[in-house]
Design a protein around this ligand. Structure first.
Ligand code: FAD
Length: 475
């Protein structure tokens, strides 16, 4: 009986698992089903492709299908898995040659997430689209190009790009005004991309704060930076529907009755895990409909694993499960599962929700639990302090203000999370705090950490140490 390792989804989590398994156990048959044409691509680079900093779509691929083939992986693009039968240990696959059942020995669900657009009426109009996939990025960049000279080959996506959709967008008159619906990190990154094309940008955010997971200090700094680049922020304003004219977006209406004329809309209001496939199976779902897994990425069914944006993980601060769809999480969990399936049992690790964001010249980072309500729900008594310190010795050229917020548990002094914003390599400093969380350090222990110092890189007291010193004084 055939016992292949079958992977559903050919991007970060799926291909990390397939590659690792094949490397560790070259004799194992590894089959990857991907419903699209693109594989091994970087969603994270999509805003920078739209902006023009990344020239070609193909630059966003980590591995080409030929390279995947060279690794001995049986990659089947344009093959959608439509059902899973965990009793028979088979998946049903729809492909160009028809529908067939494929037996598996081990199965990985790495189906990622999908952009949420349904609460916004009119999100199916032309020039209204999410940013979730290289074909969305291709469509937006095509729309921003001059229709008289647009050539789909300029996108650099041949032979994978949805050329018909790109041509349709390339034929449109470029928008002078665009609405971004949603002030999460994708919305903020896309604001920068549109401004680079001299488009007037209106960013609508339902709550009063941009990028909520990054906390108030970062949100305020990001809002100030965006306004400084002429992005019109509509905070506390919920878009209800997009209005169309001749099938294309022509405006929008908010729940408070505000209306605005725009020629395009980017809908970035979040994602949902792609787990419909498992609806009638014994595979248990957890947080936000993501697949519940153990410390090895195994689901409630033996031999069935899940990783990446479709799966939850254990949070290093709370110890509970959480769903935080991010790139490293997907790659790392996939790789660990590939090793486990090949016989080297490897934990997928925990998550702290560590994330970084660039808003024009402002660099932002966040990790752990920074929201007090969330901290209290997890049983902590949170206390936070925010400081501003220099990124380098004050006399050294290039020094810039860095804002650091740290949150700790008042009773134990344990560090719970932190955020950072600034212009001079601020974002990467979040990794110090993430490492402290992973080690379960208290604020005092963080303050005593032996960080590096030299004037071009840091003042004697790194901004993270300054923040620890100030917060430690409160506990
Ligand atoms: C615009 C944007 C910017 C981002 N920036 C960052 C960033 O800066 N940092 C960061 O950490 N993260 C970022 N992310 C998130 C990061 O890209 C994801 O966490 C990561 O791609 C998840 O990988 P995955 O393999 O789980 O899912 P995906 O990359 O979504 O891949 C899942 C694959 O499964 C396929 N699939 C789904 N269902 C089926 C099926 N039934 N049959 C066959 N195939 C199927 C899909 O077609 C898809 O190719 C960003 C995401 C977006 C959209």
């Amino acid at each position: 009986m055939s016992d292949p390792f079958v992977v559903v989804g050919g991007d970060a989590a799926g291909l990390s698992a397939a590659s690792k398994c094949k490397r560790e156990d070259p004799d194992r048959e590894v089959i990857v089903f991907e419903r699209g044409r693109w594989v091994s691509y970087a969603h994270c680079g999509e805003p920078y492709f739209v902006k023009g900093e990344v020239e070609r779509l193909e630059d966003l691929l980590s591995l080409s299908p030929a390279e995947i083939d060279e690794r001995g992986i049986d990659l089947r693009r344009e093959h959608e898995v439509t059902a899973v039968d965990t009793d028979a240990e088979t998946v049903t696959v729809d492909g160009p040659e028809g529908t067939h059942d494929q037996a598996y020995g081990d199965l990985l669900i790495a189906t990622g997430g999908r952009a949420v657009t349904d609460p916004i009426e009119g999100a199916d109009l032309d020039a209204a689209l999410p940013m979730h996939g290289l074909d969305d990025a291709a469509a937006v960049r095509a729309m921003l190009a001059d229709p008289s000279s647009f050539d789909v080959a300029d996108l650099g996506g041949d032979p994978y790009v949805d050329a018909e959709r790109a041509r349709r967008y390339g034929a449109m008159a470029p928008p002078e005004t665009v609405a971004i619906v949603g002030g999460g990190y994708v919305g903020v990154e896309m604001a920068e991309a549109f401004v680079a094309h001299d488009v007037e940008v209106h960013l609508f955010q339902r709550g009063d704060q941009l990028v909520p997971p990054f906390g108030e200090a970062v949100a305020d700094a990001a809002a100030e930076t965006l306004r400084g680049h002429d992005v019109e922020l509509h905070l506390g304003t919920e878009v209800e529907r997009l209005e169309g004219e001749d099938g294309r977006v022509a405006g929008l209406t908010c729940t408070d009755g505000t209306t605005l004329g725009v020629e395009a809309a980017l809908v970035g209001i979040g994602i949902r895990p792609n787990t419909d496939l498992l609806a009638d199976t014994a595979v248990r779902l957890g947080n936000a409909g993501a697949v519940a897994v153990d410390d090895y990425g195994q689901t409630s069914v033996d031999g069935v694993y899940a990783a990446g944006d479709c799966a939850e993980m254990r949070h290093v601060v709370t110890g509970d499960t959480a769903w935080v769809p991010l790139g490293l999480t997907a790659n790392r969990a996939g790789r660990a599962i590939g090793a486990s399936v090949a016989g080297d049992l490897t934990p997928v690790g925990g998550i702290a929700g560590t994330a970084m964001l660039k808003a024009f010249e402002l660099e932002c980072g966040r990790t752990g639990i920074v929201d007090h309500e969330e901290a209290r729900e997890a049983g902590f008594d949170p206390v936070s302090r925010t400081i501003t310190a220099s990124s380098r010795s004050g006399y050294y050229p290039g020094a810039a203000e860095t804002i650091v917020s740290l949150t700790a548990d008042r009773e134990t002094g344990r560090l719970l999370g932190g955020t950072i914003a600034g212009e001079d390599r601020a974002a990467v400093r979040i990794d110090t705090i993430a490492t402290a969380l992973e080690g379960g350090l208290t604020v005092d222990e963080l303050e005593r950490t032996d960080l590096g110092y030299a004037p071009p890189f840091s003042p004697v007291w790194d901004p993270v140490l300054v923040a620890a010193k100030v917060l430690g004084g409160e506990i």
